[in-house]
Design a protein around this ligand. Sequence first.
Ligand code: UN1
Length: 505
Amino acid sequence: MIADLLEKFGIHQTHSGVYAGDWITKPDGLEIDSINPSDEKRIATIMSGSRKNYEQAMESALEGFEKWRRVPAPARGEMIRQIGTALRKNKKDLGLLITLETGKILGEGQGEVQEMIDMCDFATGLSRQLHGITIASERQEHRLFEQWHPLGVVGIISAFNFPAAVWAWNAILAAVCGDSSIWKPSFHTPVTSIAVLNIVSSIMKANGHADVFSLCISDMHLAGEWIAEDKGIPLVSATGSCEMGRVISVKVGQRLGRSLLELGGNNAAIISPSANLNQALRGVVFAAVGTTGQRCTTLRRLFVHDSIETTFLEKLCNSYGSIRIGNPWEEGVLMGPLISETAVEKMMGAIEEAKNQGGKVLAGGNRIPGKGYFVEPTIILANPKMEIVQQETFAPILYVMPYHCLEDAIELNNRVDQGLSSAIFTDSVREAEQFLSYRGSDCGIANINIGTSGAEIGGAFGGEKDTGGGRESGSDCWKSYMRRQTCTINWGDQLPLAQGIRFDL
Ligand code: UN1
C-alpha cells in the first residue's frame, strides 16, 4: 500500500526535503524518518534542509515573487483552479497518505484534501475580488481610496494534525494575492508535504511558475526559527502550540515583521437542559474523539446542566465504549492512533495528574497495548478549578463538569487562557443569543447545536487570547496576505489641507 502511494506521488525511499523551484538533489541537513503511527514502521526517509538549503529555497521564493506578482490576479486564479482540479483527481490517494502518516481516519484524511480543494475554489473566485474601497474625502476635488498589493514571501509553519489543509489555507490564499511562500511542515509529516508539493508544482511548472511554492523540511524546529528571523519574509503564519507561538512571535516582532498565529485551544461546549440530547451526543463525540483529540478545535471541556447530567453522561460513556479504535484506513474505524510515543506519554501523564487533582475517570484512561500509539478515548469527571483542566493536552481527554446556571457556564467557558472555539447545544433562542452576545463566549468561533470542531473554510478561522488572534482561510482573511495602500488624489488646482489647517505662504 505504502510503496504504491510513494510511487504514485513520485516520492523516493530517501527523498529530498527541500524544494526551490525544483527538488534540491541532496540537501545536507539530518535525515528524518517519517513513521506510520499505527504500526511504528518507517514510511520514507527525508533529507532535511541545512541553513544553506533554506537560503536556496528562499532565493527561489524571492525570484518567484518578482515574476508572480506581475501576473494579473484572475490569471493567478486560473492556475489555482488547475491546482484544485489536480487535487480532486488525487483526493483518494492523498487522503490515504495523510491517513498513513498522521493516523487520522480515512474520511478525515480525504476531508482534509477536500478542505484544500475548497480553498482552491474559494481563491479562484477571490482572484476577481481583491478589491479596495473608496472613501468620501473631506477635501474638495479629492479622491481617497485603498488598494491592495502583493506582500512578498509568506512563511508558513504548519503542524502535524492538518499537514496539508493548513498549508492550503495559507499558501493558496497567499498565491492568489500574488505572494510566493516558503513552507516548514511538521517533522512528523514530511511525506505529505512532499506529495503536496509534487502535485502543486506539476501545475505550476507547466504554467512557468515553478518557484511560487517553496518547501524546507528541517530537523525539529530549525527552519521555523530561520523563517521567523528572516527579514525577507514580511508575514509569518504559524500554526501549532502556544509555546511555539510565543517563541515565533517574539522573533518576528523583534524584526517588526507581521505574524499570523493560530495556536492552541481549550474548547468547551455547554449542554443545556433544552438540548436535543442525541444531536448533542453526536456533536460532542465527533469533536472530542475525532482526529484522536488532536485538532486545535477538539472539544476538551464539557459543561452539562445538572438536571440532565446523569442521563447525558450515561449516553456519552456508552458511546465511548462502542467507538471502534484501530488502523485508521479500515472501514468503520472511528479513531486511529496518536501521533507519537511522546504524545501517548503526555496523555497518560495528564490522566494521572487529573486523578491526583481529584478527577474521576468515567471512561477509557488507558494505553492500548501492542504496536502503534493507540489509546482509549477518555472522559474525566472534573472540577473547573483543577489546574490540568486549564491546559490543552493534545489527546482525546474530555473533562466533564456539571453547571447550574448558564451565566456560570459561560464564565467557565471563558475562564481559560485560550480562546479558539466554543459551542452550546440548546433549543432556547434566549440561551443561544446570550451565548453569542457580547457577554457570551469570548472565542473566535462560537457554534449553536454544532460541536467545536469541523469549521468550513468559508469563514475566518482562528481565536483570541493565547490562541494568538490570527484569522485564516475564508471571509476577508486574504487581507492579511497583502499590503494595503491608502491613496489620495487631488484633481483640483488648490491645495486644501486635511483637518482644515491653514498654511498660507
Ligand atoms: C487545526 O486543528 O489546526 O475546524 C485546524 C476544524 C478544521 C481545522 C482544524 N477545519 O476542526
